[in-house]
Write a protein that binds this ligand. Structure first.
Ligand code: KIV
Ligand code: ZN
Length: 514
């Protein structure tokens, strides 16, 4: 298929990951040295070519983390950031780094208001810093910070001078994400005329163009993309690794070293470690990226996934899912039920659809287990009823009080009561549910996420609970509500019911009663 802008260049694109440096500069984020090491190992498994492990001058903990990453002996090259000042370069050298990312701003606004230096001083400092670092035998990537807002002739003068001083790579940062693909293309083409060094693109997403700008740079002759997992980073973040890689691979047929099937897993790992939630509609790794609700779409997907999916979910380590929402159609609902071995006839399917749409019209989202339960009632098959019905629960919490929860759950033929304590009311309530459920299935909570969707203390929160059974199969459920304890309990109940139903249906067993 012909794509506009298809580049004739075939060189493999180098992926320079800065999740641990620019990504960690995300407001409010800080990770421990041990977590940094774990993330570096994951990035290495993913196949990135270089890892910017941090900014050595910032703290003792940062230097400790960088040293431990260097010592790990990963395949990726490990790099550290330094300003064009001796103490930064010395701090980087002190971490045993063999690769330093040196930067100094070249835009008038940064030179005047931040550096308080004139052009001659900046030029001199850049050359001195590259020279100093090179004398210590390290590889140097030089960034002209705020390059896209710099006067091009001055930026080129600096690039030319540092190239002559022995820099190994040049980086063009769009520091405040204020550039366009057209401008970046021209800029990169221009820089290739004054230096033979490989060029990197480092784009921020302030106007939502980081990925497009990165790709424009690559198509114009840059060979390396600075990216972060999930696009995290200062302000609106950086170009996201997964989007850049998949766009380069799918649309521009460029090669890279990333194992794309590990993208989702890596994204989850980074999101959990850094405690930055990924927006559901984020390309490639967002929860909804391969989810389908509307009848027209699910019908198309069932006939041929390519109708509404540009790439296969498995390519990026994901699975598609269908949702029984208000826009769902007969084909989608039938496919969802068939996944659980249920084969309604046309009349039954019509009734299931009507009931399900009625619930959705009340503004309630319908979960898979609720759908199965509706189908079970209509098909007069008690196997497909929800196993556990929450009768009631209450929690107690406060200062100088041990958070406690009591839940009453109907397990088919009787009500069972259980109580538990926990670190808070949610923990106590979920443990109390687990206690009852464990009589039938050993359920472990693998993931719990809570996110406020609206502002204010009366905000609507979204809770995601992922549970795992004794065989390691996981299932998750998402609930929204104004009361986080209730939403958490509902999500836990739903996930549990789904797990039991799936197990029973797939094994052909009947449900026993604890
Ligand atoms: O965005 C930026 O300009 C940077 C520099 C340190 C390269 O992150
Ligand atoms: Zn940056």
């Amino acid at each position: 298929m012909p794509f506009p802008g298809l580049s004739p260049i075939v060189e493999k694109v180098r992926i320079f990951d800065t999740t641990l440096r620019d990504g960690e500069q995300t407001p409010g984020v800080s990770v421990s040295p041990e977590q940094k090491l774990q993330i570096a190992i994951k990035l290495d498994e993913l196949g990135v070519d270089a890892i910017e492990a941090g900014f050595p001058i910032v703290s003792e903990g940062e230097r400790h983390a960088i040293k431990s990453i260097v010592r790990q002996g990963l395949h990726a090259e490990i790099c550290g950031l330094a300003r064009a000042v001796q103490e930064d370069i010395d701090a980087a050298l002190g971490c045993d780094l063999g690769y330093i990312h040196l930067f100094i701003a070249t835009s008038d606004i940064h030179m005047k208001f931040k550096l308080k230096m004139d052009r001659d001083q900046v030029l001199e400092k850049a050359v001195w810093a590259v020279d100093y670092a090179k004398k210590h035998g390290v590889q140097v990537e030089f960034s002209a910070e705020d390059a896209t807002r710099s006067e091009t002739s001055f930026m080129k003068e600096v690039f030319q001078a540092v190239s002559q001083s022995g820099a190994d790579r040049l980086d063009i940062p769009d520091t405040v994400g204020y550039s366009t693909p057209d401008y970046i293309s021209r800029l990169v083409a221009d820089v290739t005329t004054i230096s033979p060094l490989p060029i990197s693109m480092h784009c921020h997403d302030d106007l939502g163009l980081a990925v497009a700008n990165t790709i424009a740079g690559i198509n114009a002759g840059a060979t390396c993309a600075h990216v972060t997992v999930n696009g995290i980073g200062e302000r609106a973040g950086n170009a996201s690794l997964e989007e850049v890689v998949m766009a380069l691979q799918c649309l521009y047929k460029r090669s890279h070293g990333i194992k794309t099937e590990l993208l989702y897993e890596t994204s989850k790992f980074v999101s959990n470690a850094m405690r930055i939630i990924v927006q559901p509609n984020k390309a490639i790794i967002g929860e909804n990226a391969f989810g389908h609700e509307s009848g027209i779409h699910t019908h198309g997907i069932i006939n041929n996934p390519l109708t509404y999916e540009p790439i296969s979910p498995e390519l990026v380590g994901r699975k598609r899912w269908l949702q029984a929402g208000k826009h769902a159609g007969a084909h989608g609902i039938r496919a969802m039920l068939e996944e659980f071995g249920l084969k309604p006839n046309d009349e039954q399917l019509k009734q299931i659809l009507e009931r399900q749409k009625g619930i959705a019209d009340l503004g309630k989202s319908i979960t898979t287990s609720e759908l199965l339960s509706i189908a079970g009632k209509i098909m007069k098959n008690s196997t497909f009823q929800e196993k556990f019905q929450l009768r009631d629960f209450h929690t107690v919490t406060g200062i100088n009080i041990i958070p406690t929860a009591v839940v009453k759950i109907n397990t088919g033929d009787k009500d069972v009561i259980s109580s538990e304590i926990g670190v808070g009311p949610v923990d106590a309530a979920l443990k109390a549910i687990q206690k009852i459920v464990s009589q039938l299935e050993d359920v472990k909570i693998r993931e719990y996420r809570l996110e406020s969707i609206t502002g204010g203390s009366d905000a609507t929160a979204e809770v995601v609970v992922k549970i795992e059974d004794s065989k390691g199969h996981t299932i998750s459920s998402r609930k929204t509500g104004e009361d986080i304890v209730i939403a958490s309990v509902q999500a836990m109940m739903d996930a549990t019911n789904k797990m039991i139903l799936r197990k029973v249906i797939l094994s052909g067993d009947t449900i026993s009663t604890p």
